[in-house]
Design a protein around this ligand. Structure first.
Ligand code: 4AD
Ligand code: MG
Length: 454
């Protein structure tokens, strides 16, 4: 099909004698001698206005065409006399692909609530807001790849089917081919327990020991039953891993990545960001600019706890050395206290995973979380324990069996090096980029407890 995308039509420098535009009708307005159709094809936020004069085939064909219908219009691209757009299409012919019955098509003109739109996730990408969200999602993914490639990180693919629970939190979705009633693992596909991965980190570490710098960017799964606006059961994670690197290098990488993606989106998604700034979060642009302009705050966990306990704020969950920080604490640090993204490092070992490097104080590990305003934790990572004996001890201390980690321990047996990495939740990054407050609205088909409708 020979056609011009609306994004290209609207950025033409000259009028076009013949142009074909395909799209969905956003609005129709009828006057005595002509009709206006606003078409959108998803290529950009803006619609293109088409004028169908009464004496054209296009007009004659458009009788039943209403909001939601899919059409192709052939005509000329001419300078628009109306305000708000530079170009419009003088239609000659129209082909109708599919009608949308105005009685039943749910996306009529008025604004719909996010909650309602979640119930029609298969249609919501046809609205301005979700079109913008998913375009930003695509562009942010590109920025992530650009960032890592410019720093010589190789993109690696780690398995989704796994026999280990990397975070050790027992949040694995089980995968089995056993028929209902059969519990004998010998009959199962792998003849051992299998789950969907919660993180590609352990495999990424192995690859970093050969390729030097690697990253994964793929789906991860967590069966945690937390029905919060920041948790999804299926989400995408960006996980870099660097050989010959320590916690400081890790912090620098997380901070630079965050800033790079924000700069890229501000430079390449201006219209879509404006929509979010105007209709979702009036402070979006200034917050993003603030993140670009200022270095992230850095504070040890111990200092962070002191800040929280001596603050006048009353928290739902009390905090003292040894407690995990809750979202309310994380947000207080980034929003109220430091007023910018904040990296908290050196957490007590009891609340962090076995693979994090033990610090000399015997109490803390070289962990880091990047906390951002409005969201809380965006990144979680660490310098990894590269010393074989200490790692084995930690595995046992955390109630696990070192033999299960035989290949992971091999990495410490053969040419072990200091190394570090982190995981950034891609949807959390998108919440930061758009000001959207619910994770369900930045992923096309969200999976949360009880929701698997699409
Ligand atoms: O802090 P987490 O659990 O870290 C890991 O999984 C490490 N193995 C990563 C690594 O070092 N390679 O998760 C990393 C990030 C969090 O900071 C958060 O942004 C996101 O993943 N995340 C979730 N996002 C959406 N829904 C959930 N249920 C999430 N759980 C974690
Ligand atoms: Mg974490």
């Amino acid at each position: 099909m020979q056609r011009t995308l609306i994004v290209d039509a609207l950025t033409c420098t000259d009028p076009q004698q013949e142009i074909v535009i395909c799209g969905w009708v956003r609005t129709r307005r009828d006057a005595k001698e002509f009709s206006f159709l606003e078409l959108n094809d998803g290529s950009c936020l803006a619609n293109i206005q088409c004028i169908l004069d009464i004496d054209t085939q296009a007009y004659a064909n458009s009788k039943e065409v209403n909001t939601g219908a899919a059409v192709s219009i052939t005509g000329s691209l001419v300078a628009s006399p109306g305000k708000g757009q530079q170009w419009e299409v003088r239609a000659r012919e129209m082909t109708l692909f599919g009608l949308a019955d105005p009685e039943t098509f749910p996306l009529q003109k008025k604004r719909h609530s996010d909650e309602f739109l979640r119930t029609i996730a298969h249609l919501r990408s046809r609205t301005n807001k979700y079109g913008a969200a998913f375009r930003i999602r695509s562009e942010a993914a590109k920025a992530v790849h650009d960032f890592f490639h410019s720093r010589h990180f190789y993109y690696v693919h780690t398995p989704l089917l796994t026999g280990s629970d990397c975070e050790g939190a027992g949040e694995l979705f089980r995968v089995t081919t056993l028929p209902a009633g059969d519990t004998d693992l010998h009959n199962d596909f792998f003849a051992r327990p299998c789950g969907l991965t919660v993180s590609g980190q352990l495999e990424a570490e192995a690859l970093a020991m050969g390729l030097g710098r690697v990253y994964t960017f793929g789906p991860t799964f967590r069966a945690e039953n937390s029905n919060t606006p920041r948790h999804a059961a299926e989400f995408w994670m960006i996980e870099p891993e660097m050989a010959f690197a320590d916690l400081q290098d890790n912090m620098e990488l997380g901070e630079s990545l965050t800033r790079y993606v924000i700069e890229h989106i501000l430079a390449h998604c201006d219209d879509d960001i404006s929509l979010f700034n105007n209709f979702v979060d009036k402070e979006l642009r200034s917050r993003l600019q603030n993140i670009i302009d200022n270095p992230f705050a850095r504070v040890s966990y111990t200092e962070a706890v002191d800040i929280l306990t001596s603050s006048a704020q009353s928290f739902e969950y009390p905090v003292h050395f040894g407690t995990d920080l809750q979202t309310e604490h994380e947000r207080y640090l980034a929003e109220e206290h430091f007023k910018r993204p904040t990296i908290v490092y050196d957490y007590p070992k009891e609340i962090k995973a076995f693979y994090m490097r033990s610090n000399d104080d015997g109490k803390t590990v070289a962990a880091m979380d990047v906390l951002v305003p409005r969201i809380g934790e965006l990144i979680g990572g660490a310098q990894r324990e590269e010393r074989l004996d200490i790692l084995e001890k930690r595995i046992i201390e955390t109630g696990q069996d070192p033999s299960e980690y035989w290949w992971y321990l091999d990495l410490r047996r053969f040419g072990s090096v200091p190394h570090a990495g982190f995981g950034m939740g891609f949807e959390r990054l998108l919440m930061l980029l758009t000001g959207v407050s619910n994770i369900r609205d930045v992923i096309p088909f969200p999976r949360t407890p009880g929701n698997l409708d699409f």
